[in-house]
Design a protein around this ligand. Structure first.
Ligand code: NAP
Length: 214
């Protein structure tokens, strides 16, 4: 699979890139600045010998890929997505985005659409199938070399898109659980605020979730 990661210069996108490249996928790091994307791609390539990782500007990365992953801050969606909308048409777009506001009265600050994933769906239009996933997989865990010890919750409207994202999750060793429609993205994103709070309170970097009873 050829995967573009928009905002892949940040820790979350770079960690996903590393795991997928090691699993044999071709990864294109996207950035607002192509040079920054190429620099991150070179750093990751040095860690994943034999992997295929390149860097391009966000739009070119999306154009060249089969699946597009959003690994940007929530505040960057409105500025970024109109410029890549055409390049994403007909593709599955994976939102890892969590709308968090640090230092304010509320950590989880969802947009009027209900969730960052639903905002992305609105900005990209109906010809793009947004799947929400990977919110609970911390960048710190992705960058490590050990197996990731938590479940991957995914949601979205498109069964084929969710199957693709499930394969991407399984390729990095995760148990993947389909939690239904994109309207469940809000609760999934919200739990990430809980995990971030646990990390701070217990001075850890990698709290995660596992669903019991299955
Ligand atoms: N960090 C984690 O552990 C973690 C875990 C789960 C989910 N997430 C979510 O994953 C996403 C990425 O997390 P991160 O920690 O990697 O974020 P980040 O470092 O803050 O940002 C990632 C990249 O996004 C680009 N960017 C920054 N501000 C932007 C803006 N206003 N408009 C467009 N692009 C912008 C930057 O790339 P360029 O300057 O190269 O364009 C930056 O390197 C976030 O939505 C976060 O909530 C993070």
């Amino acid at each position: 699979m050829r995967i573009a990661i928009l905002g892949g210069t940040g820790p979350e996108g770079a960690g996903l890139a590393l795991r997928w490249a090691l699993a044999g996928h071709e990864v294109i790091i996207g950035s607002r600045q192509a040079e920054r994307a190429r620099a991150t791609a070179a750093e990751l390539s040095a860690r994943a010998k034999g992997a295929t990782i390149s860097g391009r500007a966000n739009r070119e990365a999306a154009e060249a890929s089969q699946v597009v992953v959003l690994a940007l801050p929530a505040a960057g969606l409105a500025a970024t997505l109109p410029g890549v909308k055409d390049a994403c048409r007909g593709k599955t777009v994976v939102s890892t985005v969590v709308p968090l506001t640090f230092g304010g009265p509320r950590l989880h600050t969802p947009p009027p659409a209900g969730s960052a994933a639903e905002e992305a769906q609105t900005l990209l239009g109906p010809e793009v199938k947004v799947v929400a996933a990977f919110h609970h997989i911390a960048a710190h865990e992705l960058a490590s070399e050990h197996p990731i010890d938590c479940d991957l919750l995914i949601c979205g409207e498109d069964a084929a898109g969710k199957a693709t994202v499930a394969d991407l999750g399984k390729s990095m060793g995760l148990r993947v659980l389909d939690v239904g429609p994109l309207s469940n993205a809000g609760p999934i994103e919200g739990i990430t605020a809980v995990l971030a709070t646990l990390n701070r309170r217990y001075k850890i970097k990698n709290s995660g979730i596992k669903i019991t009873g299955l």
